[in-house]
Each structure stands twice: as structure tokens, then as C-alpha cells.
Design a protein around this ligand. Structure first.
Ligand code: SAM
Length: 212
């Protein structure tokens, strides 16, 4: 098993190698039972909203958001999965690692379902700050994580930051001035078939001191 990333790593090579190998099978999966968080995100933003999707995988959530009239920019750090998403959506999908996000005040919402859980723990605060900068004031950020007691790998070799509820809340609070921050706990499976506790984070971009 590969070592865990060190403090200088901004992405995990073994995790991206997994998604490169599995891209076709991963993208062919279909969600059963809908996605209540996605429904809430869409309802909260409304048609015409500009949305950045991080780690879009096979592009299924982007497809739902596009069908609902949102203006979605899907991205993924895996060229292979970005290609799968582009084929599904019939439009280009940007290959972008989380730390390559450099836009400012551009989006009404950022959707990051089950992807920032692969960000190396030491890189996560900077990535969250980048998301805050990319949002317009009042913009909504959704991200979901597998809960745990610190970084590790699953049985498939993928890296997870596995934060605790309190730890994740502190990382968000210390990374950017959110005007609202809510964490919800639930349970669910994953591609490895293991049932785990999930943490869903809803954050609204506030205005930093001295910023207009
Ligand atoms: N969001 C999709 C969903 O909910 O079905 C895909 C989730 S999948 C568990 C994780 C995704 O994160 C993969 O598409 C993977 O390529 C992407 N990913 C992993 N590390 C990344 C990184 N450093 N930068 C951008 N995307 C990354």
C-alpha cells in the first residue's frame, strides 16, 4: 500500500491512478434513490445560477443541474473521468486539480460532492479558502466527506482525509469567513461497498473584514 501524502502534496497520486484505471466503470454507475442534497442545492440556487463543480466524476450531477437550468462548469482532476463526463454532457469538462482553482467572486455556488474527501489533509484549508474566493458574497458551498479519526486509505487504495465532525468544522471556520456554516451527519456506502458515516457541509460565503 502506498504511503500517505506528505505536507507538500496537493493531491494523491495513487487516488488519481485509481480513478484513471476505473474511469469507465466508475462513470457507468447510476445513483439509486436520488440525491436529496443535490435537490436542496438546486432549489436554493435556482435557474441561471453560475455553479462550479469540483471532482465531477462521470458528470451525472452536472447533468441534473444543467437540466434544472443552472449554468454549470464541471471540473475534475482526473483526465480520464473528465473525458467520461464530457462524453455524457456533450461539452468540454476542464481537467483541474482542487489547488488549481484561482477564480475570484465568479460563482453563486460550488458543488463538491464526495471529492474533497480525497484532498490531502494538509492541503484542505487552502482549498477551502480558494473555494471561498471563487464564490460571490452570499454564494453557497456544498461538500461531503467520509468521517473518521484522521487520514488513511480504503481497501481500494484511495486516500481519504477522514475528518471528525469537530475537526472538519474547525477547518472550515479557520479557512474563510463563512456567514453560515452547517454540518449534517448521515450514513451511506461508497464504491468500496463499505457503509460509513458521512459529513455534509453547507457554507455561505460572508464578506471578509475590509472587503466590499
Ligand atoms: N462528485 C462525483 C460524485 O459524487 O459521483 C465523483 C466523486 S468520486 C468519489 C471523487 C472524484 O474526485 C473523482 O472524480 C476524482 O477524479 C476526483 N478527484 C480526486 N482527487 C482530485 C483532485 N486532487 N482534484 C480534483 N479532483 C479530484
Amino acid at each position: 500500500m502506498t504511503d500517505l501524502p506528505d505536507e507538500h502534496d496537493t493531491e494523491d497520486a495513487a487516488t488519481l491512478a485509481f480513478y484513471a484505471r476505473e474511469a469507465v466503470a466508475y462513470a457507468a454507475r447510476r445513483e439509486t434513490g436520488g440525491h436529496p442534497h443535490l435537490d436542496r442545492f438546486i432549489a436554493r440556487l435556482g435557474p441561471g445560477a453560475a455553479v462550479l463543480e469540483l471532482g465531477c466524476g462521470g458528470g451525472h450531477h452536472a447533468q441534473v443541474m444543467l437540466e434544472a437550468g443552472l449554468r454549470v462548469t464541471p471540473t475534475d482532476g482526473s483526465p480520464e473521468l473528465a473525458a467520461q463526463a464530457a462524453a455524457l454532457l456533450g461539452r468540454p469538462v476542464k481537467v483541474m486539480s482542487f489547488v488549481q482553482l484561482r477564480e475570484e467572486k465568479r460563482y453563486d455556488g460550488v458543488w463538491a460532492n464526495a471529492c474533497l474527501l480525497h484532498a490531502p489533509a494538509d492541503a484542505l484549508p487552502d482549498i477551502i479558502s480558494r473555494v471561498w474566493r471563487a464564490l460571490k458574497p452570499g454564494g453557497v458551498f456544498f461538500a461531503s466527506f467520509k468521517a473518521g479519526d484522521g487520514p488513511g486509505r480504503d481497501g481500494l487504495g484511495r486516500y481519504y482525509n477522514f475528518p471528525s465532525h469537530e475537526g472538519l468544522e474547525a477547518i472550515f471556520r479557520n479557512s474563510a469567513p463563512w456567514s453560515e456554516l452547517t454540518l449534517e451527519t448521515g450514513s451511506g456506502g461508497g464504491y468500496d461497498g463499505v457503509e460509513r458515516t458521512w459529513l455534509a457541509v453547507w457554507a455561505v460565503a460572508g464578506v471578509a473584514e475590509g472587503q466590499t
